[in-house]
Design a protein around this ligand. Structure first.
Ligand code: CA
Ligand code: CA
Ligand code: CA
Length: 265
């Protein structure tokens, strides 16, 4: 009788262990799917390809302010874009008030055609911005709002004739929204400032086949045009974590079976 109760308790303990192992396994997969992946980028371009203006500006990364340094692109385990951030050095506080963000341009697949834009042109403070599903060729003559069009830099030397936003005629109904965050007045000209776009639920922008990010400010004084190659890390990390989970799980079962087997002898 005593032995039977002991066996029952051991069986119960083995089942509990297996359940805990299964739970851990599922949790591991859950953590892997919820994980965000980030890729950093720098600033290699002076202007969008094909958008040089023939002036001395073409040789300069920065005209006046600000100096955009690069940023980070984040995506989830299914390669859906979750956020894009940019960092820049302010340069001068005196002309800061003239500065606004341009639109964010996204070329999914990096094929020379913008597929999405975020309507942040004119924004300075934080707030929601509409995301548009567009189809605008990089080198199309139309489809853009150009640098200086807002009149805020009249009398200043800026990078002329460069796209800063998508023309309203190219925008249909908003596809989804993003939160534009972090545009603050600088404390000092040497400050590094971050701005970010966080894509809300309902934005399904898959960047598995790569992404080109275009971004600038209303004067186009510094321009970002960066090609992002998305590695297979999401899948392989998911796979490794999943395999580890399976190993723990099967290990526990095997241990349990071995124990049960030894009780019989
Ligand atoms: Ca720069
Ligand atoms: Ca594209
Ligand atoms: Ca640049």
């Amino acid at each position: 009788m005593k032995e039977r109760t002991g066996n029952r308790n051991r069986k119960r303990a083995a089942i509990t262990r297996t359940l805990v192992a299964s739970l851990l396994f599922l949790l591991t997969i859950g953590i892997a799917s919820a994980h965000a992946y980030s890729i950093g980028f720098g600033d290699q371009a002076h202007y969008f390809p094909g958008w040089s203006n023939g002036a001395a500006d073409d040789q300069q990364d920065v005209i006046g302010i600000p100096d955009i340094l690069g940023g980070t692109v984040s995506f989830d385990a299914t390669y859906n874009l979750t956020s894009i951030s940019f960092s820049f050095i302010v340069g001068s506080s005196s002309t800061w008030a003239n500065l606004t963000a341009g639109d964010l341009f996204l070329d999914v697949g990096g094929d020379g055609r913008w597929d999405f834009s975020v309507g942040s042109f004119g924004m300075t403070g934080s707030g929601p911005a509409n995301v548009y599903d567009i189809s605008v060729p990089l080198n199309g003559a139309n489809g853009y709002v150009m640098s200086g069009a807002d009149g805020k830099w009249n009398g200043y030397n800026i990078r002329d004739d460069h796209p800063v936003a998508i023309a309203p005629g190219e925008l249909g109904a908003p596809y989804c929204t993003a939160e534009f965050e972090g545009w603050r007045a600088p404390g000092s000209p040497t400050d590094v400032v971050w701005v970010s776009y966080v894509f809300n639920q309902g934005c399904s922008i898959n960047i598995k086949d790569g992404l080109i990010i275009g971004w600038t400010v209303n004067c186009a004084n510094d321009v970002i045009y960066e090609r992002i190659t998305v590695p297979e890390t999401g899948t392989s990390i998911l796979l490794i974590l999943g395999m580890a989970g399976i190993c723990i799980f099967t290990g526990r079962i095997r241990k349990g079976l071995r124990r049960r087997h030894s009780y019989r002898h």
